[in-house]
Structures are given as C-alpha cells and as structure tokens.
Design a protein. Structure first.
Ligand code: AMP
Ligand code: MG
Length: 409
C-alpha cells in the first residue's frame, strides 16, 4: 500500500518538528521581507503615540458647543506641532489638521465640511459627537504588547507595522541551507547546445533554484551528477555535510539507472518512498546525518508539484515558520470541462479558475496532464484536487480547487 498524500505530508512535518531550530541573526528591517521572526516582537511605543486628529477641521470642547453653535477661532494646530504650551481659551475653537496632536481638553474634532466660516467665527452645522475624529493613543498598537509572535513570516504589511514602531532591526531565524543536485546522464546545463539526440536540458535544477530563492533559502548548487552510484553517494555526502535539507531530482523511480534511493539507504535512513499522488509518485524522503533529504521525481511537472505540495510546507516548517502564511486556499466549484482520472492516487491536475458569463466561478482543465507537459502549468492558477478513489469527472460536477499561492506567481 502506498502512503496517502496526507500521510506523507504529516511525516514530513513531523520530521521537521524534530529537527534542531535554526540559529538566530539580527538584520535590518529592510532586509527582512519573507524572513521568519525568531522571537516575539514587543511594541516599544503606542501607535499612535498621542491622540491626533483624523480630519482637517476644528477641535472643540463639548460644553462650548452646547452653549453656542458659533465659536471664534483661537489658533491652529498642524501635524508636527508641539502643543505642550498651548493656550486655548474656553468658548473658542481651534483649527486642526490631520495627524496634528489633539489637546487633552478637546472633546471632538469636527470635520471642515460640517462647518462654515462666518464673521463671528466658525459655525458648526450639525450636532457634535464626543470623541469623534480623534485617533486615540495606542488604538492601533499598544505599548509593551506582542505585535507578532515568534515564527511569523514577515510580509510587506507586517514590516510596515514594524516600521510604524520605529524598529530598524529585528531578530530572525538564519536562512535554511538547501543543497541540491540533478541526476541523469541525459542532462545538459541550460545555455549549452544539446550535443546528441538523447540529451535534454536540466530544467529542474533551474526551477528548484527559483523556488528556493522565493522561499528565502540559502542555495548550495552541486550541479548535475551522472547516473553513477558512486558519484551520487559522494554528492549526497557532500550535500548533507553542508545543508539542513538536501534536494535531488530524478533517479528515485524504479528504472535501472535510479540509484538515488539505494544511495540514501546506504548513507542514511529512508522515512518513506512513493506516495499515492499524481503526479509525483516516486518521491523519497529520509535523512542523511543531520540533514533531511527529499528525492524529487525527474519529470518536470512532478518536480514542481511535489515541491509545491510537500517540500514547500517542509521548508517553511524547517525555517521556523509556525503558521504558514503561504497556506493554501481551497474551495469547491463546478468544472466546465470533463476531467480524466483513474482511481488509486490523489491527483493535482492543473486548472484555470475563472468566472463564467453568469458571474460564477468555474474551473477548466489546462489540457494534457502528463508529467512531462510543462505547458500544463503555464496558464494555470490552481490545482484541481481529485480524491484518491475518484474516477473520471464530468463537466458540471463539483470539484475541489486549490489556488496557487505566491510561490507560483
Ligand atoms: P527519472 O526520475 O530520473 O527517471 O526521470 C524521469 C524523467 O524526467 C525522464 O524523462 C528524465 O529525462 C526527466 N528528467 C530527469 N531529470 C531532469 C531534469 N533535471 N530536468 C528535466 N527533466 C529531467
Ligand atoms: Mg534519471
């Protein structure tokens, strides 16, 4: 019996939870995009740090307004003004701009549009609600509270919040070191001519490097290793010494030149091999020394799907990310096309989710789903996830789709 996809994923995450956490480093906020917090971040200040005006308008005292709807103007407060020595006579109002400090005695700011200027002063046209248009101290972030917990992946909005706190540096986990190599006698590095008809380009190593860059890993590229057990073992040993995680592509299936799995058996431990998923059945997972190992199948679509579905969550967990911010949004929609499926494996077909002319969401297959058809990914924006025991699906039936996350954008 093959492992189910969920079982395989659980095994990966369980192995990740048993590894020693990465060391910390202190870095500038500007370099922290997509990094993971290594300690909780406590706010050193209140945001806003003082009561301030949400509008361009007039600051008033409630009891003044109750007495008269027209108040003479006593002065103006601009953003950036220091009002510690402000003198504000009762029975008057103050002109105030957005972001300017609101005096303690003010009960409200009245927006300019609800007033008119008269010879006797400012005429307030409507009733005043106490507290209106005043942004209160600490309303956004309170001083000495946890803004983000440890294990948070930092996005542009989260870094923007940290900038409002004035933090120029923060402590994050060091980058995960990932070593990778491709296996296959047929492989030629991109940029070089294919010298014979059985040669192909090593596209997987290129794809994997892009994916690892997106996930902020430190990449150790060990190039192309021929289908030679001795060289594969050497490469695996070198990789495991330098990295937290070792990735390979190819050589994990049942062919006569598939040596990666046997090399893993000899050098370390296999946790599992083969998953009931399509594409991506010949996926190997194990450990060599301190490093975890994922052997990805060689077909380019299988490499991409298994990386996305299995290696991505593993890398996020190993990187210290507690609650993945790259999690997958999935929901049910009708398929606008028939879908070919044989029972036995969980399918991750590629689809295009779009709205039809009735304004409803529906999904269309990208066509041929072979694990060598890289074009099946190109126009896709989602996976059509078809349960292990499901057979063919007809047009109009409901299916589960999983939107691609930022990794594939
Ligand atoms: P394998 O898993 O080694 O049996 O390879 C399965 C298929 O993927 C074969 O058609 C290989 O030629 C192809 N393949 C293997 N490695 C790569 C690679 N690095 N880039 C592109 N295709 C590959
Ligand atoms: Mg091969």
């Amino acid at each position: 019996m093959l492992l189910t996809f969920e079982q395989a994923k659980q095994k990966l995450l369980q192995a990740a939870s048993m590894t020693i956490p990465l060391a910390n480093e202190r870095i500038s906020l500007i370099d922290a995009l997509d990094r993971i917090t290594a300690e909780s971040i406590i706010s050193p200040i209140n945001v806003p740090s003082f009561d301030n005006s949400a509008m361009d308008g007039y600051a008033v005292r409630e009891f003044d307004i109750e007495k008269s709807k027209i108040l003479p103007l006593a002065g103006a407060i601009f953003a950036g003004d220091d009002i510690s020595h402000l003198n504000w006579p009762t029975g008057t109002c103050l002109r105030i701009m957005t972001g300017a400090p609101v005096p303690n005695e003010a009960d409200a700011v009245v927006m300019q549009e609800q007033t008119e200027i008269t010879n006797a002063g400012i005429h307030f046209l409507s009733d005043i609600k106490a507290g209106s248009n005043i942004r209160r101290i600490g309303e956004d972030v309170k001083k000495n509270t946890v803004v983000f917990p440890k294990g948070k992946r930092l996005t542009i909005p989260t870094l923007s919040t940290l900038a409002t706190l004035g933090l120029a540096q923060l402590t994050v986990f060091k980058k995960l070191k990932v070593a990778l190599f491709s296996t296959g006698n047929e492989l030629t590095p991109i940029g070089q001519p294919l010298s014979y008809s059985g040669a192909i380009y090593d596209s997987n190593r290129f794809t994997l490097k892009l994916l690892l860059t997106q996930l902020n890993c430190e990449i150790i590229d060990l190039g192309i290793i021929p289908d030679d057990p001795r060289q594969i073992k050497q490469a695996l040993m070198a990789a495991a010494k330098q990295a937290n995680l070792v990735l390979t592509s190819g050589g994990v299936s049942v062919g006569d030149a598939d040596y990666t799995k046997t090399a893993l058996e000899e050098l370390g431990q296999i946790n599992f091999w083969k998953i009931a998923m399509k594409p991506g059945k010949p996926f190997a997972f194990g450990q060599i020394g301190e490093a975890l190992f994922c052997g990805l199948p060689g077909n380019p679509v299988s490499t991409l799907v298994t990386f996305y579905q299995l290696v991505q969550p593993l890398i996020l967990a190993l990187s210290g990310n507690v609650e993945s911010s790259l999690s997958n949004l999935s929901f049910k929609v009708n398929t606008a096309t028939d879908l070919k499926k044989s029972p036995g494996r969980l399918d991750f077909q590629r689809g295009v989710l779009q709205t039809n002319n009735k304004g409803e969401l529906e999904v269309t297959t990208t066509g041929q789903q072979g694990s060598h058809i890289t074009q099946s990914f190109n126009h896709a924006n989602c996976f059509i996830v078809l349960d292990q025991e499901l057979g063919n699906v007809s047009k109009g039936e409901q299916v589960t789709v999983e939107l691609f996350n930022a990794l594939l954008k």
